[in-house]
Write a protein that binds this ligand. Structure first.
Ligand code: FPP
Length: 222
């Protein structure tokens, strides 16, 4: 969801005004994803690298994310949508974590769209955590080194039991992956748009999905 800061700066507004607008865009995209019948939508809300932004931007982002997740609970329930978090719980302020965990808990039995929020997330951290978990299983004798397979690694990730993404959308024209779902996106289709995240709406999502539907996916075959 790149481009919040630029969106605000271009209007002579503080960067946090862009994040507020970004929340409104995220809400519209959750609705559009549900309308389309998507099963999973992952939003990269806060990376482990984002902690090094100015302290006031970080604290505003934290309270903004917590408040908006909290206020979305009634709509998530009405849409039978479920919230899950990808990322390390450690390091997130306790009150923010509690607020998000509450929504995760309340929506856990919902069977419609799953919204995965990457929060305090880093792709390499996720791999480190998975490899440590596998190493512990080897240490206790539950797993043999030769049994470490693609499936075993996938199941040790934060996204265990979630299929790999079909489509990755990146806004604001950035041509990089930025440590996002590194293992899972091996065969994901990419869609990069110059549109800044606050300007990204339902019509943009529909366009991306429609183009995706016209692509031929070969998964390395001919
Ligand atoms: C990137 O813009 C965005 C973020 C660091 C994350 C914040 C995202 C939101 C507030 C959207 C709301 C999400 C949810 C799940 C409620 P940037 O600051 O990197 O912008 P720039 O690239 O223009 O500097």
């Amino acid at each position: 969801m790149d481009g919040n800061g630029r969106w605000a700066t271009r209007r002579g507004l503080p960067r946090v005004a862009g994040h507020r607008e970004g929340v409104i865009a995220a809400r519209a995209i959750v609705r559009a994803a549900d309308t389309l019948g998507l099963r999973y939508l992952t939003l990269y809300a806060f990376s482990t690298e984002n902690w090094s932004r100015p302290a006031d931007e970080v604290s505003t982002l934290m309270s903004l994310l917590e408040r908006s997740i909290h206020s979305e609970l009634p709509e998530l329930m009405a849409r039978n949508a479920r919230l899950r978090v990808l990322g390390r719980p450690h390091g997130v302020p306790a009150d923010v974590r509690r607020g998000i965990d509450h929504v995760v808990h309340e929506t856990r039995h919902n069977t419609g769209l799953t919204v995965l929020m990457a929060f305090n997330y880093g792709g390499r951290d996720e791999l480190i955590d998975a490899f440590r978990a596998l190493a512990r299983q080897v240490q206790t004798g539950e797993l043999k080194p030769d049994e470490i397979s693609e499936k075993a690694i996938s199941e040790a990730l934060y996204t265990a039991d979630v299929p790999d993404p079909d489509l990755l959308i990146r806004t604001s024209g950035e041509m990089r992956i930025s440590n996002f779902l590194l293992w899972q996106i091996a065969y994901t289709e990419l869609w990069i748009t110059p549109t800044l995240w606050p300007d990204f709406g339902a019509a943009d999502l529909y366009r991306a999905v429609a183009e995706f539907q016209g692509r031929t996916r070969r998964f390395g075959k001919v």
